[in-house]
Design a protein around this ligand. Structure first.
Ligand code: NDP
Length: 477
């Protein structure tokens, strides 16, 4: 037998097909409070969509430790081989709105939430090991250049290349974006990266700088431009459905989890700033070390409740894992929780998908949508009620800082080209051909004043790289 329909207040509803009217032809009476509740709730079904990473899909799974790394970190989730931690992983595109096609050329978000016994750990990465920017003051400008023109309301490659002409630090990420990996075949056939440099610290108080890599066990698969374009029209939900259906049929996607580790003292001696988000650490200097496996094995029961309301913050780190001086990471420590407070409200961490499995003992009180017990008498500290107290045993080792407070020129002494060139030189002739054709395709018809400085950047990455793009644009260098 079906359940009885109720109002949000729990009262049985007598009539859900016809509004209450004065006479058969109307008008409608304001005392049809069920109709009013229905319309009012419907009007409020959407919450602000994320400004970036609006379009996404997610699933639950398990992280399993495969090698002992307790010498680097005291984090309990890594404490023994075989240990399992539940996780939630949200994939996304970046620039498109919530309903946009999932086969667009764009980086993909790879946002992981680990439900550890020491609180939530959010590792909010991408499918690329680097990013377009190294200084967060440029982030809103960069995103504006990728999004819709405020006058016309449509996206325009002129704005992208105009911005990049003045932003050579983006060359490495541009090369990845326009390579074959710029359009992954759904979310299962791509790698994930923590991208930033993070830190590990152990029980002896030693700190290590660390990068996280998630290598797809399904292998890398990309869509051709032609196929992606076709799918954007015929199947814009391609990636979400592919992920959901794979998990439904028990074909659980997996990633090999690896790290690169740098002892704290080496950072100042290294050939470049290891906290620069536009650069990778070459594997020959810092080899990948396998530490675990990630598996997705359970679909959410409700997209809005669990995927749309999933909220990630790189500031969520259990003892043993910490930040680094990476300027982009520093900004995200603020910007992510700030975005969630705006999007979902100040109590967003109480929502089931975001809630820590370990006890949460805070002195925060009240705020919109507070739906837990909201504490007792002790809403201040120190107190005589036996309320929660700090635990100095989880104190992060001190970090020595040096230098003058200043606004440093990000291009001074920084090599924006070599690593982009290394990637170009790694590609096969066919891959180079597709890369340069794609880049030239988006630049076609743009004025020389925008194209020329970009060509000069590509030449600095590799003379052949720039020459091939110029040739495909019928331009001389
Ligand atoms: P390696 O030869 O040791 O590593 C090359 C890496 O490049 C592999 O991890 C490979 O990933 C990845 N790769 C292959 N094709 C592409 C592509 N089209 N887009 C992005 N990544 C790709 O060399 P280095 O460590 O010295 O790095 C050389 C270049 O490789 C870098 O400049 C960087 O662009 C790229 N890279 C380096 C990474 C690093 O952490 N060192 C990570 C990812 C890319 P896979 O094994 O999955 O095929």
């Amino acid at each position: 037998m079906s359940k009885t329909l109720t109002t949000a207040g729990g009262h049985p509803v007598a009539e859900n097909q016809h509004s209450l009217t004065a006479g058969e032809r109307g008008p409608i009476l304001i005392q049809d409070t069920h109709l009013i509740e229905k319309l009012a709730h419907f009007n409020r079904e959407r919450i602000p969509e994320r400004v970036v990473h609006a379009r996404g899909a997610g699933a639950y799974g398990t992280f399993t430790v495969t090698s002992d790394i307790s010498k680097w970190t005291r984090a309990e989730l890594f404490s023994r081989v075989g240990k399992k931690t539940p996780i939630f992983l949200r994939f996304s595109t970046v620039a498109g709105e919530k309903g946009s096609a999932e086969t667009e050329r764009d980086p993909r978000g790879f946002a992981l939430k680990f439900y550890t016994e020491e609180g939530i750990w959010d590792l909010v990465g991408n499918n690329t090991p680097v990013f377009f920017e190294r200084d967060p003051s440029k982030f809103p400008d960069f995103i504006h250049s990728q999004k819709r023109d405020p006058v016309t309301g449509y996206k325009n490659p002129k704005r992208m290349w105009d911005y990049w002409a003045r932003s050579p630090e983006a060359m490495h990420q541009i090369t990845i974006l326009f390579s074959d990996r710029g359009i992954p075949d759904g979310y299962r056939f791509m790698n994930g990266y923590g991208s930033h440099t993070f830190s590990f610290w152990n029980r002896k108080g030693e700190r290590f700088w660390v990068k996280f890599h998630f290598k797809s066990k399904q292998g890398i698969k990309n869509l051709t431009v032609a196929r992606a374009t076709e799918l954007a029209g015929s199947d814009p939900d391609y990636a979400t459905r592919d992920l959901f259906q794979a998990i439904e049929r028990g074909d659980f996607p997996k990633w090999k989890v690896c790290i690169q580790v740098m002892p704290e003292a080496e950072a100042s001696q290294y050939q470049f700033n290891p906290f620069d988000l536009t650069k990778v650490w070459p594997h020959k200097d810092y080899p990948l070390q396998e530490i675990g496996e990630l598996e997705l094995n359970r679909n959410p029961k409700n997209y809005f409740a669990e995927v749309e309301q999933a909220a990630f913050s790189p500031a969520n780190m259990p003892p043993g894992i910490g930040a680094s001086p990476d300027k982009m990471l520093q900004a995200r420590l603020f910007a992510y929780p700030d975005a969630q407070r705006y999007r979902l409200g100040v109590n967003y961490q109480l929502l089931p998908v975001n809630r820590s499995l370990s006890p949460v003992n805070v002195y925060h009180r009240d705020g919109s949508m507070r739906f837990d017990e909201n504490g007792t008498h002790d809403n201040y500290e120190p107190n005589g009620f036996g309320g929660p107290v700090q635990d100095s045993s989880v104190c992060e080792p001190p970090l020595a800082l040096s230098g003058s407070a200043n606004r440093y020129d990000q291009h001074k002494g920084n090599d924006d080209y070599t690593q982009a060139g290394n990637l170009y030189r790694m590609l096969s002739p066919e891959e180079r051909d597709r890369l340069t054709t794609t880049i030239a395709g988006t630049m076609k018809g743009l004025e020389k004043g925008i194209v020329q400085p970009n060509l000069e950047h590509f030449v600095k990455c590799d003379p052949e790289y720039g020459a091939k793009i110029a040739e495909k644009l019928n331009m001389s260098l």
